[in-house]
Each structure stands twice: as C-alpha cells, then as structure tokens.
Design a protein around this ligand. Sequence first.
Ligand SMILES: O=P(O)(O)OC[C@H]1O[C@@H](O)[C@H](O)[C@@H](O)[C@@H]1O
Length: 319
Amino acid sequence: MDRSNKPSAIGVGASLPQPTLSIKDNVIEASLPSGQSVTVHLYGATVTSWKTNGKEQLFVSEKAHLDGSKPIRGGIPLVFPVFGPPPQNHATSSLPQHGFARNSNWEFLGKSSSEAPGRDGDQTDLTVKLDFGLSHSMLTEEFREAWPYEFGLVYSVTLTKDTLETALQVRNEGKQNFEFQTLMHTYLNIADISDIRIKNLESKTYVDKTLNATTHTESSPALAITQETDRVYQSLDPAVPIVVASAKDDQPLFSITREALNDVVVWNPWIEKAKGMADFGPDEAYKNMICVEAGSVSGWQTLEAGEAWEGAQSIKSRL
Ligand SMILES: O=P(O)(O)OC[C@H]1O[C@@H](O)[C@H](O)[C@@H](O)[C@@H]1O
C-alpha cells in the first residue's frame, strides 16, 4: 500500500486521460480512465460502490437507507470508536452499536491523483485518492455529549487499477487520552455464498458471537459459510491476506491485506437474521454477500493527547 501521495507528473501539459470526479447531493464519485470507479456517501464516509471492469465488487442492500436516516446497509460502513454494543461503564457506553462514524456527516477534503509504476515497464498506472474528515465539532450534540473527546479522523479511499484501499487516521486533538476500536465493515459482493471459501484463518483464535462469545480455534483451511456466522478472528498477521476464493476453481475472488488492523470479523446473517433486518433486502440477498471486516476490535487502542494512529486495508479483486 503506497499512500505516499506523489503528485502526478503526467497530465501537466500532457494529453493523457486523468481521473474524473463528480460531486452531487453529498455523493462523491471518482473514476479512472481505465474504467474503475468508486462512490462514497458523505453520510458515514460510506463507500457504496466499487466497480472494476463494470462489475460491482461491493454489496449494498436494496433496502439500504441512503438518505442519512440510518447507517447504510452495505458497502463499507466505518465503525468508530466502539465495535458492537458498547460495554457498560466505559467511555463509549452511551453510544449506539458500532459508534458514530457511520452515522455522521463527514466533509470531503479533496481528491489527489498519483502515479504508480505500470506493470509493463514504461506504462503508468494512475490512482485516485479521496480524503474525508470528521471531528468532534462536526458531531451532533447527542454524540458530542456521549463521547466528549477532541478527535480528528481522516479517512482516505484510494482507487487503483485492481485494488480499493481504505485508510483511517485517528488523531487525539485534546488534552485527555481516549480509547477506541475501529473496523472497516466491508460487504463483499459474491455470486453465491455456497461457492466461496475463506482462507488463511486456519489455527487462528476467534470469538464466536453466535455461541455466547465463546473462544474457539479455526480448524478449516478453507472456511465454508453454511449458517449464521459472526466471528471475530484475533491477532492475525495483517500482511497475510485473507482470501475469499471460489470453491469451484480455488482462485481468489478477493484478497485483503491490512496495516495495524489485526482482527478480522467474518459475518453473514443467514436466513432468519436477514429477514429480521428491516433494511436488508431482498430476503435471499444473504447469499450474495459476505462481510470480511478488517479492524482493531478485540481490545482498545489508547491514544494519548497529541498522538495519531493509522490503520488500513487493501482489497484486491479478481478482475
Ligand atoms: O446491524 P449492524 O449494527 O450494522 O451490525 C451488523 C453486524 O456487524 C458485525 O460486525 C457484527 O459482528 C455483528 O454482530 C452485527 O450483527
């Protein structure tokens, strides 16, 4: 993941095609000349579409609320500063499930283009990065009271020829330390849940939220999803990709590497839970999604006054 943000040398006085950007009704869309595109709603800075070769790579529920009345059911909602229901007697206790980042209005900080060396020698691959910001003063009064810390978030969404990268920087801009959890709640679009296997989780410890949060060790080298699944895999090596592979030919459909996000949640609501979610639809759509969520959620990150932390994921898709 090169997020060095080198300014584009091409395009200055040259006629090479450049990334395009559109901003309409609080929705930002960027496209690369090679055809890939990404869409981000300012509500939650939620990535709601990522297309490569005209194919949608992210799942969004047909019943998702896109009007800012509810976190968006699909794409990549961002979880911060607490994952799941907040614990009692903690600084996050008064916040809603998964915190406030996914249900706050972010600001668009701008677009930057950069060039990466092309795969075939002298060719250059363009990338486009979109930055979004959220800080204490932008929160609703209710959230400001529930979590009264001076923080700054910068969320960067970078589109390359074959990857989507999302990076979150958390800054403590106040005088007191705070604790946080964060997670990129990625809904991957798949043709059929019975045709995928999740690899590189074998021998890893996980908490099974469908079994009273008991701890287990993964025995499968290629995990099939055959029922409601809600597992928090812990202490993974972020450089080892989590691979969602096709069961038919064992080829990767998605490959996810991370930086400083050592936990991975695997979630599929399955039949009954899907039916029970008012914003999930159609009912059968649980077959077309798998959430593989890179995060830092099994403990708390403590951020001291003036300090910053950064975590990131890079999702590569089969083109
Ligand atoms: O319905 P929400 O708040 O978007 O959460 C969806 C799921 O998100 C997952 O990350 C959690 O592990 C699940 O327990 C939860 O059900």
